[in-house]
Design a protein around this ligand. Structure first.
Ligand SMILES: C[S@@+](CC[C@H](N)C(=O)[O-])C[C@H]1O[C@@H](n2cnc3c(N)ncnc32)[C@H](O)[C@@H]1O
Length: 243
């Protein structure tokens, strides 16, 4: 059943879209990214993915022989591709079938086998048996948290899929202190972007800690121009306790 959040709070539970609930926003994202999957490869998005990939690699010691990575909300795989050379296996997960098809087509064209790089279309719940019981050394999520109505719930789900000692790394946009009430994202995206003002450190930290992740770290990374605005990105990291 859909929830009906009102405004983004520190725990990150809520949406800034009046009347729009978690399920409606997920459905709107699915439709939006199904429709845009074929047009997402632009120099601007490739550059953003390169920045995300570099920040993630600077904050996690990948091992190309052993690291099993989930790239959550992978879209067509631009950031996944930045990380793939440093991993044993990349599994992209997204709710958009169009994006997943484009991801898998590109991986196949690169000559990568599914056990090296593949994507699956799923709306993960964090239940036994999902993804064939696979658990991950590291889970990344690049420039997607602002698309989730319930970041606390999504973070709990992602923590479920980590191995003990595994790390969650999230890259997104910081809510600027100086921006007042003006949203960062254009009104026309509000059906797919519940966090129109960006994310706060407190909100992300509450979501990570609520999911049982330790060693929380939150660092600013290079500013970017996104949808015509100057935005500061952050990378957040949390670690699942060892057994
Ligand atoms: C801006 S794109 C992600 C870009 C991608 N991470 C990259 O680095 O190139 C946002 C993605 O979030 C996905 N998404 C939105 N809500 C989701 C959900 N509840 N579960 C999984 N994926 C979701 C969308 O389908 C879309 O592909």
């Amino acid at each position: 059943m859909a929830e009906h959040p009102t405004h983004s709070d520190h725990a990150g539970h809520a949406s800034a879209v009046p009347g729009a609930g978690v399920d409606e926003i997920a459905e709107a994202n699915k439709a939006h990214f199904d429709a845009t999957a074929k047009s997402e490869i632009s120099p601007k998005w490739i550059e953003m993915a390169q920045r995300c990939g570099a920040a993630i690699r600077a904050n996690y010691a990948f091992d190309e022989d052993t690291t099993v990575l989930m790239d959550f909300a992978c879209n067509i795989g631009l950031t996944s591709r930045e990380l793939a050379p440093y991993t044993k296996t990349v599994v992209g997960v997204d709710i958009s079938q169009g994006a997943v098809d484009a991801f898998n087509e590109a991986a196949e064209n690169q000559g990568l086998a599914p056990d090296e790089m593949r994507a699956v279309c799923a709306e993960l719940k964090g239940a036994d048996g999902e993804l064939d019981g696979l658990k991950f050394d590291v889970i990344t999520c690049a420039l997607s948290y602002h698309h989730f109505a319930d970041i606390a719930g999504i973070t709990r789900t992602l923590a479920f899929f980590l191995k003990p000692g595994g790390a969650l790394l999230v890259v997104d946009i910081v809510k600027p202190a100086s921006h007042g009430d003006a949203p960062l994202f254009d009104e026309k995206y509000s059906h797919v972007v519940p966090h129109t003002h960006g994310m706060t450190k407190d909100g992300v930290q509450a979501a990570f800690e609520g999911a049982g992740l330790n060693e929380f770290a939150f660092k600013p990374i290079t500013p970017i121009s996104m949808h015509g605005m100057d935005a500061v990105m952050f990378i957040a990291k949390g670690v699942k306790p060892s057994a």
